[in-house]
Write a protein that binds this ligand. Structure first.
Ligand SMILES: *Cc1c(COP(=O)(O)O)cnc(C)c1O
Length: 376
């Protein structure tokens, strides 16, 4: 059994996928081929953003976004303490200081009350300038959009939505990756929409930001790549990856996202009342980047993990460590206050196999094995 079955996906898409890749080979336009611009149009339309700029990966997308927002030395950027390392890493890379904020124990997303308290603390200490919040759509679920938008407005902070796991999720029928002043996603193969290597995208409604992003992506270009008006970088999406994503986006829209919801509903059916299943608040839909269950304690979690493993069922713990526990942040500047919820969740969570090609018999077997591991 696979945790994420990319082989089953390729088997289904093979004729279309092989033709799309072959078409790029025939044209041999490997950088900035027409597929890239077409994909950007399709992505912007799907997400409901005015502009899309693809780039080399999700981490670059975050860095390019922060640079575009002119965030750097002396600035504080608020990020959840429970996320993939790239979220705070991007902040440190531009020279700003990440402030790790605790998460809500039900949604796994940044806790608005603790965020507000952290902003007040940074203001009181008066050493760093609060500039932005990077709320993350963890496990496919959008963050508390209304509460975070209000906090941002009240404190004059920008929002950079980290939708690396959120692509395809919704709040009030509006798509993830459209809620930030700038929003980003990642096309790492294991994300809800993945390519065949690394890839990322940036979304915005601001024409000014869009122009800056296009420039930063190609060495700070002005009228062309040999006219350089700012220090940028090289962070383009390969033409082949754009072609792959065009095929995958179509499958994602046509049936994969629906299948993800069906798989999650079956997990819910078999596990509800037995373990804590994902909480999806009213008016939200998740794209289920992960299906994460929470056990009552570490001992139970570890026993279930072992039982699944010995039955050939792969699981992953997202995440073993919070950001404030990472070795890198023992040396690199950061701030945090009460982070007790995120600390405790690292000991209790387990992510089960999640992809659109799981059938009911397999899901049932996984759930029965989870229960066996709990001694139920
Ligand atoms: C995967 C991920 C990223 C980074 O994306 P890459 O494409 O791997 O660089 C950033 N933030 C979160 C929350 C992620 O899960």
């Amino acid at each position: 059994m696979e945790f994420i079955d990319l082989k089953a996906q390729y088997a289904k898409l093979k004729p279309e996928m092989d033709a799309a890749i072959q078409a790029v080979l025939n044209k041999s336009n490997y950088i900035s081929g027409e597929e890239v611009e077409l994909l950007e149009k399709e992505l912007a339309e799907y997400v409901g953003a005015k502009y899309c700029v693809t780039c080399a990966n999700g981490t670059d997308a975050l860095v390019l976004a922060l640079k575009t927002m002119d965030i750097g030395e002396g600035d504080a950027v608020f990020v959840p303490n429970y996320t993939f390392f790239a979220t705070p890493e991007s902040v440190s890379l531009v020279g700003a200081v990440p402030v790790f904020v605790d998460i809500d124990e039900n949604t796994f997303n940044i806790d608005p009350v603790k965020l507000d308290a952290a902003i007040k603390n940074i203001q009181r200490e008066n050493k760093l300038k609060p500039k932005a919040i990077i709320p993350v759509d963890l496990f496919g679920l959008l963050y508390d959009v209304t509460a975070i938008a209000k906090i941002a407005r009240d404190n004059n902070l920008l929002i950079l939505e980290d939708g690396a796991q959120g692509f395809g999720g919704e709040y009030n029928r509006k798509k993830a990756c459209s809620f930030g002043d700038i929003s980003i996603t990642s096309f790492f193969p294991a994300k809800p929409l993945g390519c065949y290597g690394d890839g990322g995208a940036i979304f915005t409604n601001s024409g000014e930001y869009y122009k800056t992003l296009l420039s930063l992506r190609v060495h700070g270009k002005g009228k062309d790549k040999y006219d350089n008006i700012r220090i940028g970088t090289n962070s383009r999406l390969d033409t082949i990856q754009a072609a792959v994503l065009q095929v995958k986006l179509k499958a994602f829209k046509d049936y994969e996202l629906t299948k993800r919801h069906e798989v999650a509903a079956l997990y819910d059916k078999y596990l509800s009342g037995k373990v804590k299943i994902p909480t999806i608040p009213k008016n939200y839909t998740s794209s289920y980047a992960q299906y994460t269950v929470t056990f009552k304690d570490e001992k139970t979690r570890n026993k279930v993990e072992q039982t699944l493993k010995s039955n050939g069922i792969p699981t992953i713990i997202y995440y073993h460590k919070t950001m404030h526990q990472q070795t890198a942040y023992q040396a690199s500047p950061c701030k945090f206050y009460d982070v007790s919820v995120s600390e405790s969740l690292t000991k209790k969570v387990l992510c089960l196999p999640m992809h659109p090609y799981l059938d009911e018999a397999t899901i049932k077997k996984i759930c029965e094995t989870v229960m066996k591991g709990m001694g139920a």
